[in-house]
Design a protein around this ligand. Structure first.
Ligand code: NAD
Length: 487
């Protein structure tokens, strides 16, 4: 097995409880310094078919175990992730460019919790009862079947476990297709699953590019669910093939979220929080990327935010104090540069940044563009890199219209006096919005987007509703009299 940062990482698929070598491979590079990390197996039609067959065969026994029977397996799975935490964090950071300190102090713990929290929550699922004068309705959450899990490169560990937790806990069997630009932490997750002795076929992994392996998997009619997080163009492709087979899809997509600063905001807090938007080089779907600042406080806000941004430590994400790491891939750098170039050609002014950063080949300076119009590409399209825009407004009506004036509807941030900010936040059409804060999440709360940012919600009962077939078993309270008059 090749070593990445001193840790052995499998470059095979994992199907039916066995590591299966690939016939062909793709290269995996680190965004930190371009280092070639390894070669990864690329899934063939036969690999995808074998994974689906294995997941289908494992399904009845795993479903019949019930939530209580599955709990110890999933607790062991989380514990095995914990035993590998150093390897998982170091490999994920090298592979995806995510800050090592965030992985070690936050993401790894959250990933384990993603498994155990849903495993415990599933115990309560069969308890829902609706009493009426005529009958007792036993509301069951029956496992759906074989689920495909497709996630992007910007948060592989967090997003894979966030989907695996509820899917496995509710009795489904799964196939993950990791992102080809950051496939390595998934391999370590499967080692943890193997060590936890999940029954063969319950969790399978087929590595490979989205356009080939991913498309094969998501177009298979044997799937019961597809849970996808990624870009809008890919979601449209997956949605089409899922529709062909009538497979329910959950789609968590891109964002262009407003960061609103009202005239009565705590400007210091807003500016400090604003600088956080550059975390992970703004390769974060839920970041506020369109700054909408009240005209009366514009200068003060810009000066304060600029001072916080200029203090950001940009560089190797494996160094403890680093705050902003690299972009994931040369294509991503080209994309970011293209957006900035076109925006400047259209008249945008660079307030800070606007060019690559000397920390390395894939680093781009945190950038803010002002003098942009609502209809401009830079305001309307997700950059998915450290490029933010700044617009001003003069009334609540105006800022609400600007906040809602894109095809996206994922999240938002609103700073202002609490009641005022809450009133504005209520009128922004998004799946979630943070008032005087950013990034507070809970596993029990819903997460997802409106408009082109996706459909469905993940988290708490919303995850179970998606991953289960909800069934009403109706038991009459009086002897039933068959009658054509019955409604
Ligand atoms: P992407 O759509 O290119 O790829 C996502 C995944 O889909 C990858 O695993 C890829 O291999 C796979 N894929 C690609 N083509 C496929 C196909 N035809 N069939 C099946 N699978 C296919 O997205 P990306 O560039 O990896 O990720 C960035 C996007 O993800 C951004 O738009 C970002 O906003 C979004 N995102 C959203 C959330 C959210 O929760 N809403 C979270 C993180 C990222």
């Amino acid at each position: 097995m090749p070593k990445v940062r001193g840790h052995s990482v499998s470059t095979s698929h994992y199907i039916d409880g066995k590591w299966i070598e690939g016939d062909c491979h793709f290269d995996v590079f680190s965004p930190i310094n371009g280092e070639h990390l390894t070669e990864m197996a690329s899934g063939s039609p036969a690999n995808v078919d074998a994974a689906i067959e294995s997941a289908q065969s494992a399904f009845p026994a795993w479903a019949n175990l019930g939530a209580e029977g599955r709990l110890p397996y999933l607790q062991r799975f989380a514990a095995e992730i914990g035993k590998r935490k150093d390897a998982i964090c170091e490999v994920e950071s090298a592979d995806a460019g995510i800050l090592l300190s965030r992985l070690q102090h936050g993401i790894i713990l959250r990933s384990m919790l993603n498994i155990t929290w849903f495993a415990e929550a599933a115990l309560k699922l069969q308890d829902k009862i609706i009493e009426t004068p005529q009958a007792t309705h036993h509301i069951r959450h029956d496992p759906a079947g074989v689920c495909a899990i497709i996630i992007p490169w910007n948060a592989p560990l967090m997003l894979t476990t966030w989907k695996l937790g509820p899917s496995l806990a509710s009795g489904n069997t799964c196939i993950i297709k990791p992102p080809e630009w950051a496939p390595l932490s998934s391999a370590l997750l499967l080692e943890a699953a193997n060590a936890a002795e999940l029954p063969p076929g319950v969790l399978n992994m087929v590595q490979g590019p989205g356009s080939s392996t991913g498309a094969l998997l998501t177009s298979d009619p044997r799937l019961a669910r597809i849970s996808f997080t990624g870009s809008i163009p890919t979601a449209k492709l997956i949605g089409k093939s899922a529709a062909e087979n009538l497979v329910p899809c959950s789609l968590e997509l891109g964002g262009k979220s407003p960061f609103i600063v009202l005239e009565d905001a705590d400007i210091e807090q807003a500016a400090k929080t604003g600088a956080l938007m550059y975390r992970n080089a703004t390769q974060v779907c839920l970041a506020g990327t369109r700054f909408l600042v009240h005209k009366s406080i514009y200068d003060e806000f810009v000066n304060k935010m600029k001072s916080y941004v200029s203090a950001l430590l940009i560089g190797d994400p494996q160094i403890e104090d680093t705050e902003v790491g690299p972009l994931i891939h040369p294509q991503q750098l080209e994309r970011v540069q293209g957006y900035v170039h076109r925006a400047v050609e259209k008249g945008a002014k660079i307030l800070w940044g606007g060019k690559p950063h000397e920390a390395g080949d894939l680093y781009y300076a945190p950038t803010m563009l002002s003098d942009v119009n609502q209809e401009d590409e830079i305001v309307q399209e997700e950059v998915f890199g450290p490029v933010l825009t700044l617009q001003t407004f003069e009334s609540d009506e105006q800022v609400i219209a600007m906040a809602n004036g894109t095809k996206y509807g994922l999240g938002g941030v609103c700073f202002g006096k609490q009641l005022h900010a809450q009133q504005v936040a209520n009128q922004v059409k998004t799946g979630f919005i943070w008032v005087n804060s950013f990034g507070i999440r809970d596993l029990a709360a819903p997460f997802g987007g409106c408009k082109n940012s996706g459909n469905g919600r993940e988290g708490g009962d919303w995850s179970f509703d998606f991953f289960c077939d909800v069934k009403d078993v109706v038991i009459p309270k009086k002897p039933f009299v068959p009658s054509f008059a019955q409604r």
